[in-house]
Design a protein around this ligand. Structure first.
Ligand SMILES: Cc1cc2nc3c(=O)[nH]c(=O)nc-3n(C[C@H](O)[C@H](O)[C@H](O)COP(=O)(O)O)c2cc1C
Length: 393
């Protein structure tokens, strides 16, 4: 029998994240969708991120008198409704107008944290003003360390309590779809401009009000004359600093009084070292397969990283999570929360803020049902006894 998923563009009809992904594809211009979707080189790591979840299977307990499920959890000392975080993604304003605000507002409504990217199209002050939001700020270490110092101070002034340093992008990954789609940074090819004409809703939403969105937190990193998106993209590339090392993390730990998270770790050794340095949390991540192709998936690293880090700091994870079952597997292996990248961006592109809310509701429902079927009613009670390693048997 032929099985046909939903083929329209109404986000409310989406039953799962894959439906939202298909709707996003139908609503976005090619070059925008491929920017969102693409990975590095041959996209082997991107694919692997979806396959690794098969390494573990559930072994449910069926007679445990399951009650109403409790999904709330404590992340860096604050209570949140779900073990989820909307992670940092740059240039969200290209998916829909005011994309960061829409994501942040949905996160606030769901009572989960939102992380603003360093290369966001909304100012960190505007995100700090979103009612009821636990906002975290992601930074890169650029060659211009004076800019980094000022940015850190700016975060403190704006009231941020949590900084995230991304460590896996000190050299820009080879994303060939972006190279094919753009003649120069942010200048789509003629073929893509022609495709753009099939997306009048996107043009009316994004392009007509403000033109191509601009980076709002790069300030004086951009020399005069380079403030446009095209100019800025070239500068960011030159500013990424491959000399990034533990001294930088130690410097920031010393300078930043709030919580500090290191994102982009794949080596259990590095996870342990971060904990030793007094970092509050590590995010196991391969940047959604956008940086080093053939890299391991964080889900494979998780058991060993957890063993090394123990309770010294919290352990977060991202890259490839699209289903509540997958989130529950990570929690059972010791992750404190799963960060969402494309998952909530599909919702954003498919239906704006309401689309993000829909994505979060889908995941919440899936997590709730999964733990119930496993015979557990609190996520705090999940542990590795819920899983068997299907490779080892
Ligand atoms: C479009 C896009 C932009 C991203 N921009 C950033 C960024 O600015 N900073 C950052 O630390 N990570 C960035 N990431 C990586 C995400 O935070 C996250 O690690 C990744 O998306 C997780 O993989 P997943 O999307 O498959 O779940 C980006 C990812 C995507 C898809």
């Amino acid at each position: 029998m032929k099985r046909r998923p939903y083929t329209g563009t109404d986000y409310q009809r989406a039953l799962n994240i894959a439906d939202l992904e298909r709707i996003a594809r139908r609503r976005l211009p090619n070059f925008v969708f491929e920017y969102l979707q693409g990975g590095a080189d041959d996209e082997r790591t991107l694919r692997r991120n979806r396959e690794v979840f098969d390494d573990y299977l559930f072994e449910p307990r069926t007679l445990t008198r399951v009650g109403p499920r409790e999904l709330s959890t404590t992340l860096l000392g604050q209570r949140h409704a779900l073990p989820l975080v909307i992670g940092p993604t740059g240039y969200n304003g290209m998916l829909t107008r005011h994309g960061d605000i829409k994501l942040a507002t949905a996160a606030s409504g769901a009572n989960i944290p939102f992380v603003l990217s360093n290369v966001a199209t909304t100012s960190l002050e505007d995100i700090a003003a979103v009612e009821g939001l636990n906002a975290w700020m992601q930074i890169y270490f650029y060659r211009d360390r004076d800019y980094v110092r000022k940015l850190v101070d700016r975060c403190q002034t704006a009231g941020y309590e949590t900084l995230v340093v991304t460590t896996d992008s000190a050299i820009y990954g080879n994303r060939e779809w972006d190279l094919r789609n753009f003649r120069k940074p942010m200048q789509p090819t003629l073929r893509n401009l022609a495709h753009l004409l099939t997306r009048p809703r996107w043009i009316a939403d994004v392009l007509i009000p403000d033109g191509m969105p601009a980076f709002k937190n790069l300030g004086d990193l951009l020399p005069p004359g380079k403030q446009s998106v095209q100019g800025a993209s070239a500068v960011i590339g030159q500013q990424l600093d491959p000399t990034l090392n533990w001294d930088d993390i130690a410097w920031l730990r010393d300078r930043w009084p709030g919580k500090l998270i290191v994102k982009g770790i794949l080596s259990p050794d590095e996870a342990a070292q971060a904990a030793t340095l007094g970092v509050d949390a590590v995010v196991l991540s391969n940047h959604g397969g956008r940086q080093l192709d053939h890299a391991r998936s964080p889900f494979e690293v998780l058991p060993e990283a957890k063993a090394r880090v123990g309770q010294r700091c919290q352990l977060f994870i991202d890259s490839g999570f699209r289903r509540g079952t997958e989130v529950v597997k990570a929690l059972a292996l010791g992750a404190d929360a799963v960060w969402l990248g494309r998952t909530t961006l599909y919702g954003l592109a498919a239906g704006g803020q309401a689309g993000v809310e829909h994505a979060l509701e889908i995941l919440q429902g899936e997590i709730d049902r999964t733990i119930g079927l496993l015979g557990v009613d609190r996520i705090a009670d999940l542990d590795a006894s819920a899983l068997v390693n299907s490779r080892r048997g």
